[in-house]
Design a protein around this ligand. Sequence first.
Ligand code: HEC
Ligand code: HEC
Ligand code: HEC
Ligand code: HEC
Ligand code: HEC
Ligand code: HEC
Ligand code: HEC
Length: 287
Amino acid sequence: MTGSAVKFEVCWRRTILVGLCLLLGCAAWAGEDSCFDCHRVMEGMSLRFTNDIHFANAISCAGCHGGDPRESDQNVAMSASRGFKLRVQRRDIPVFCGRCHSNTNFMGKYQPQIRVDQLAQYTNSVHGQRLAAGRKRAAECVDCHGVHNTRAISDPLSTASPQRVSQTCAKCHAATAEAFADSRHGKLFNTPRRPGCTVCHSSHAMKSATTAMLTGSTSVCAPCHRPDSKSARLAEEIAQFLTGLEAAGSGSKEALARARVAVHSMNLEALKLVAKPVSTPPDPDEK
Ligand code: HEC
Ligand code: HEC
Ligand code: HEC
Ligand code: HEC
Ligand code: HEC
Ligand code: HEC
Ligand code: HEC
């Protein structure tokens, strides 16, 4: 069986599992879960949660948030003495998810081959380091996977699926995603065989982007374009152009930033165009 066939099979089995779960088992389970019941009435959160991969694996609200799902009094159910954790802060989310996802024994019970290195990779990534340094907008787990409607990667509706991941990155890297979407790559990628942005940047081990990505043994193009190909030569030229702007110093800082975005068009002329200094017309209101 091919990789995608296996994935499809797993996905299909899950659909049946969730279906059965909703009809029989989990309905009973949810019925005894005060968290689920009260929050269903309150803001419909529980309904969204029935699409969540955690729900499908019988991980309840309290499984993540703590507290006592047998208590109907909210003050007791959500009390610290019953293990309820206060609102999880953005900065703390990676460790919050990693509690389970880094635990080989725990995760192995659900899926023997599932990777448990996401938190370790993420902590060393550009997103993880910036978040830890206080940059609030840097992506954390929930930005890419959603919350209360987290889905398996093999589910095309997952915000981290190969089909949708570029859109997810676009929430924060809009101009870059636009340049990518307009390129030949943008038209051909976003499939299970060639996911979006993560083909070149990886997903959890995201590194700072540099011209090293374009050349030599660190080239991210090499898996698909032979070293002597037209595309590989173009990559060298792009790297040279960017290095030139870097060498020009602070005067070309803005031009460099625009050019690094335009890299995603994979078109040297487009890079040159955006790197031209923008002439600002004089402000008529200026005194
Ligand atoms: C009887 C209703 C009720 C029950 C039972 C209940 N909750 Fe809540 N929950 C609420 C209300 C109301 C709020 C909003 C409180 C506020 O904004 O101060 C809330 C808030 C929360 C929050 C957000 C906390 C925050 O700091 O903003 C979480 C997480 C939560 N509940 C999870 C749970 C879990 C887990 C359980 C079961 C162990 C549970 N709830 C049981 C009514 C309930
Ligand atoms: C897989 C772990 C996980 C499960 C399971 C889970 N939550 Fe949450 N929940 C989170 C995280 C993480 C946040 C913080 C999200 C953020 O700040 O972006 C959160 C935030 C919340 C909040 C406050 C923020 C908001 O969105 O209003 C409430 C209330 C809440 N959860 C209730 C619930 C209820 C009720 C359930 C079950 C129906 C549940 N959660 C199941 C991880 C989980
Ligand atoms: C910048 C976006 C992004 C962030 C941040 C992110 N992920 Fe992911 N995650 C992805 C993508 C894309 C995939 C699918 C490709 C892959 O497996 O590498 C994925 C896959 C996964 C999987 C499935 C792995 C498997 O082998 O099937 C898990 C579990 C996961 N992530 C958990 C996490 C946790 C926990 C965090 C936070 C510590 C996190 N992710 C942060 C994008 C992200
Ligand atoms: C209480 C333990 C627990 C916590 C906490 C938890 N997870 Fe999970 N997660 C699981 C289990 C169990 C599965 C099901 C494994 C499977 O079969 O895919 C799962 C599955 C997933 C998947 C689907 C992986 C796949 O198969 O493609 C993603 C993505 C994911 N979790 C992300 C998160 C994120 C993001 C957080 C934090 C907001 C989080 N999880 C918190 C236990 C947990
Ligand atoms: C919630 C917002 C958010 C999401 C979603 C997001 N990022 Fe980021 N990303 C950031 C922030 C903030 C930085 C740090 C930028 C800075 O400090 O200059 C960053 C940095 C980066 C960098 C390093 C840039 C550099 O100048 O070296 C890369 C590469 C990157 N992200 C790729 C991605 C990819 C690919 C995705 C999707 C899988 C993604 N990001 C999703 C917010 C996000
Ligand atoms: C074909 C490979 C490839 C793909 C696909 C790709 N990138 Fe890049 N990306 C690069 C290279 C190469 C650079 C480094 C340019 C430099 O700084 O020298 C880069 C730089 C970046 C940067 C830093 C400059 C900037 O644009 O702010 C970010 C952020 C980024 N990429 C995000 C993304 C996102 C988001 C996507 C998907 C929409 C994506 N990339 C898709 C190769 C790729
Ligand atoms: C996952 C595979 C993959 C990766 C990685 C990849 N490419 Fe491509 N690239 C393709 C495919 C497929 C095409 C389309 C070939 C065709 O049109 O026949 C393409 C086309 C191109 C084209 C032609 C664009 C056009 O408008 O016709 C250029 C230039 C290019 N790639 C440069 C790069 C560079 C530079 C990198 C590294 C930063 C890179 N590619 C990384 C698969 C890839």
